[in-house]
Ligand binder design. Structure first.
Ligand SMILES: [Ca+2]
Ligand SMILES: [Ca+2]
Length: 294
């Protein structure tokens, strides 16, 4: 994506010598190449310009730095959805039935947590039918490339226990879990058409039972990585970019020991969308310059 961004920049600048952008890729750890954006501006051009000369160039560089940074830096990936439940409710979410069509509908509880409030499952877990507390919130996320699904969650030691986020795309989904009881893992699921894959089952020991910040991130080449508390623990564990447009965020809490304190979804638009943003920005700058230059 970085290369595409650079190509767009060259195409939009009348004198390509004014500006060069290079993106240093690190193929081994693509999720860490984010900060490697280098921008050169030819200084003599700035000096030779008279009225607000390279002001537009400087603004372009600023714009490109911002957009390039937003594109490449996962730390700066735009947040498209966030709820921390600290207002003591889950208004805006709809309580859903679990996948079992015979399951009753269970509303999760809102409980105090070390960081405000969290939501917690109810009951003792599986039964006849099973006892997930499921809620869903609408989301409008078209054509994303890079993605990040995050939650602060804890699960519990008794069987069964699971705190799960689903990012839904019509009938398909990516699912991420903090799975408790004896298994104690962070997991990732891709449910696309008839393909239902458990792509990651990463053992986390007793951390499954404690509050931790989990992040499942997809980079611009489709590789997913797992970070816990900001540290990459399972880098590039799976490659899947089949889903790019999403319409709902779902939460599933199994049993009254599994809790989620906050959920956050971040995304970067596909290059075509980003190019339109860049061209739109350039157009605004060009019109602004035209107005101030006789
Ligand atoms: Ca709320
Ligand atoms: Ca909270």
């Amino acid at each position: 994506m970085g290369q595409a961004l650079a190509a767009e920049a060259f195409g939009a600048v009348t004198d390509p010598r004014d500006m060069r952008i290079a993106v240093k890729e690190n193929a081994m750890k693509p999720q860490q190449c984010a900060e490697n954006v280098i921008v050169w501006v030819r200084p003599e051009k700035c000096r030779s310009a008279r009225t607000g000369p390279s002001r537009i160039t400087v603004m372009l560089v600023g714009l490109l730095c911002l957009l390039g940074g937003a594109t490449l830096s996962q730390a700066a990936m735009p947040v498209v959805f966030y709820d921390n439940f600290d207002d003591g409710n889950y208004d805006g979410w709809t309580v859903k039935r679990a996948t079992d069509p015979n399951a009753p509908v269970f509303s999760p509880d809102v409980v105090a947590s070390p960081e405000g409030y969290a939501i917690r499952g109810v009951g003792s877990g599986y039964g006849q039918p099973c006892l997930d507390s499921c809620i869903a919130h609408p989301l409008s996320l078209p054509r994303a490339t890079e993605l990040k699904i995050e939650m602060r969650a804890k699960s519990g030691p008794q069987w069964p226990n699971c705190a799960r986020i689903n990012l839904l795309s019509s009938g398909d989904s990516y699912g991420v879990v903090d799975y408790g009881e004896g298994n104690r893992f962070a997991g990732f699921y891709a449910n696309v058409g008839a393909d239902d894959v458990e792509a990651l089952r990463y053992g986390i020991g007793n951390r499954a039972y404690e509050w931790h910040d989990f992040a499942w991130t997809r980079d611009s080449t489709g590789w997913w990585s797992l970070s816990i508390d900001g540290q990459v623990e399972a880098g590039n564990f799976y490659r899947d970019d089949r889903l790019s447009s999403f319409d709902q965020v779902g939460i599933s809490l199994l049993r009254n020991q599994s809790e989620i304190d906050w959920v956050r979804v971040s995304a970067v638009p596909e290059p075509a969308t980003m190019s339109l943003l860049i061209l739109g920005g350039l157009g605004v700058l060009a019109r602004r310059r035209k107005r101030v230059t006789p």
